[in-house]
Design a protein around this ligand. Structure first.
Ligand code: FAD
Ligand code: NAI
Length: 474
């Protein structure tokens, strides 16, 4: 007889593994299947999905090392520290990153044991519906589950006709494994991965050229932030070309040659040692057996869900990158928890309006809520408070006072509608703003709350004061 479960989670990324743990905590008999090709020391597919294996975590490890390298080379001297020209041991940097990934992915296997989640190694594919629930083939076995959570995530989108070998032409997987600092690195797509991976290799000495199809930079961000970011990143040495149309891409004896037309329609050619293609991601629904059970996908191949992650099939849910909404690990985890709680009859809830975005460049970029251009388009009357980090003692002391905090609040009710930060530790500073917005805070609430001194959070405090035109230190 096939193995039977209350809940089967397909995919062990941040959406899937969190959903599995929460469902097990709530008393369900849970299994999670995973089929990725990254083997753990026992030869099993590794848990953690894109995020832990080839996404959030390894990219942040490389961003940290390359930041240290740049600080040693350029910033130490400003503070009277002489260390000589730093050298990078790329192999060691990659090995450190791999150790962190192994530690975390094995940690999830440990959490599964602790919470009694059964791990099934293998690709999950719907085959039908039986008396005991949904039948899903996992590897060679068919298992049955009363409820199924699809958490199969996403994969890098590639350019048509441009095969990714992850040696010369890389997607996110190869971009995290480049074994020598390229002299010239080309990046297609000035989005989140392009900026983060472009920053890593630029800091380590590569000449980085970014080719972007859109005429504007970071269209989803507040345009004030985007303008400041473009100015800073260009000064750091990233070279941007907007409004391009990519043509033929050929491998050459030395690397790769990219033909494109620039924003004026002129034919251009870019030669590079390596190319990173970072033009967005596509949902993993191929081979899921959607057609076997009538699971509804949209025209982009995503699983169709409602606001509670319910699909068109009873007892089948879908979360994370494989459904609508931002492709972010914390959004996937929130959906995982909410679905497990809904299955248990609880009031699982996801605050889609308050999901923070963070880009881990230097300075970091982070935001939550509406941008100024969105408020204008929606005809919402708002007021803005904007304070630069230059006015903050802690930022100056740390030698990193670039950027600003911009808070947007409703002109009538004073409720905070959005906060946009470019600056040091923006990733951590945004947390306070998310909490405030979840609690429906007004800018005055934040303005009246005592912030530690000297901290970077004082800039958030001042931005709240500035909404009422009464900043104290600017
Ligand atoms: P995934 O993490 O993609 O996991 C899905 C898993 O399901 C995979 O392991 C896959 O092998 C498995 N799977 C697929 N189909 C099947 C099947 N049929 N059977 C069994 N298993 C299957 N987000 C952030 O919030 N912060 C960041 O800093 C960040 N950095 C990133 C950096 C990079 C380079 C990349 C590529 C992404 C980054 N992301 C970041 C995005 C983040 O990784 C994803 O949003 C997140 O991993 C989505 O989680 P998920 O569980 O939906 O899917
Ligand atoms: P992205 O959507 O962030 O950026 C893709 C960029 O490529 C866009 O600017 C787009 O206009 C451009 N583009 C698309 N087609 C193109 C073409 N043919 N030629 C030139 N440019 C083209 O996608 P990216 O960087 O691949 O990242 C994927 C997703 O992974 C992100 O959207 C995000 O959800 C997640 N991610 C999150 C991170 C974080 O939270 N810090 C870090 C990295 C990735």
């Amino acid at each position: 007889m096939s193995q039977q479960f209350d809940v089967l989670v397909i995919g062990g990324g941040p959406g899937g593994y969190v959903a599995a743990i929460r469902a097990a905590q709530l008393g369900f008999k849970v299994a999670c299947c995973e089929s990725n090709p990254y083997a753990d020391p026992k030869g099993q597919p590794r848990l953690g999905g894109t995020c832990l294996n080839v996404g959030c975590i390894p990219s942040k490890a490389l961003l940290h090392t390359s930041h240290m390298f740049e600080e040693a080379g350029h910033a130490f001297a400003d503070q009277g520290i002489t260390v000589g020209a730093p050298k990078i041991d790329v192999a060691k940097m990659l090995a450190r990153k791999a150790t962190i990934v192994t530690q975390l992915t094995q940690g999830i296997a440990g959490l599964f044991k602790k919470n009694k989640v059964t791990f099934l190694a293998g690709h999950g594919s719907f085959v039908g519906q039986g008396a005991a629930g949904w039948q899903v083939q996992v590897g060679k076995e068919t298992v049955e589950a009363k409820q199924v959570i699809i958490a199969t995530g996403s994969t890098a989108r590639h350019l048509p006709g441009v095969p990714v070998c992850n040696e010369i032409v890389c997607d996110n997987i190869g971009a995290l494994e480049i074994g020598v600092v390229p002299k010239k690195l080309a990046v297609i797509g000035a989005g989140v991965i392009g900026l983060e991976m472009g920053s890593v290799w630029r800091r380590l000495g590569a000449e980085v050229t970014v080719l972007e199809a859109m005429p504007d930079f970071l269209a989803a961000a507040d345009q004030d932030i985007a303008k400041e970011a473009q100015k800073i990143f260009t000064k750091q040495g990233l070279s941007f070309n907007f409004g391009v149309k990519i043509g033929d891409i050929k491998k050459t004896a030395k690397g790769v040659s990219i033909n494109y037309t620039d924003k004026d329609g002129k034919a251009q050619k870019l030669d590079a040692d390596r190319l990173v293609v970072s033009i967005g991601r596509i949902p993993n629904t191929q081979g899921l057996g959607a057609d076997k059970v009538g699971l509804k996908l949209n025209e982009r191949g995503m699983v169709e869900v409602d606001g509670h992650c319910k699909t068109n099939l009873p007892g089948v849910w879908a979360i994370g990158d494989v459904v609508r909404g931002p492709m972010l690990a914390h959004k996937a985890m929130e959906e995982g928890v909410a679905v497990a709680e809904l299955m248990a009859g609880q009031a699982g809830h996801i605050s889609f309006d308050f999901i923070p975005w963070v880009i881990y460049t230097d300075p970091e970029i982070a935001w939550v809520g509406k941008t100024e251009q969105q408020l204008k388009a929606e005809g919402v009357a708002y007021k803005a408070g904007k304070i630069p980090f230059l006015a903050n003692g802690r930022a100056l002391g740390a030698g990193n006072a670039q950027g600003f905090v911009k808070m947007l609040a409703d002109a009538k009710t004073d409720r905070i509608l959005g906060v946009h930060i470019i600056g040091p530790n923006a990733s951590e500073l945004i947390g306070e703003c998310v909490v405030a917005m979840e609690f429906g805070a007004a800018s005055e609430d934040l303005a009246r709350i005592c912030h530690g001194h000297p901290t970077l959070s004082e800039v958030v405090h001042e931005a709240a004061l500035a909404c009422d035109k009464r900043p104290l230190h600017f």
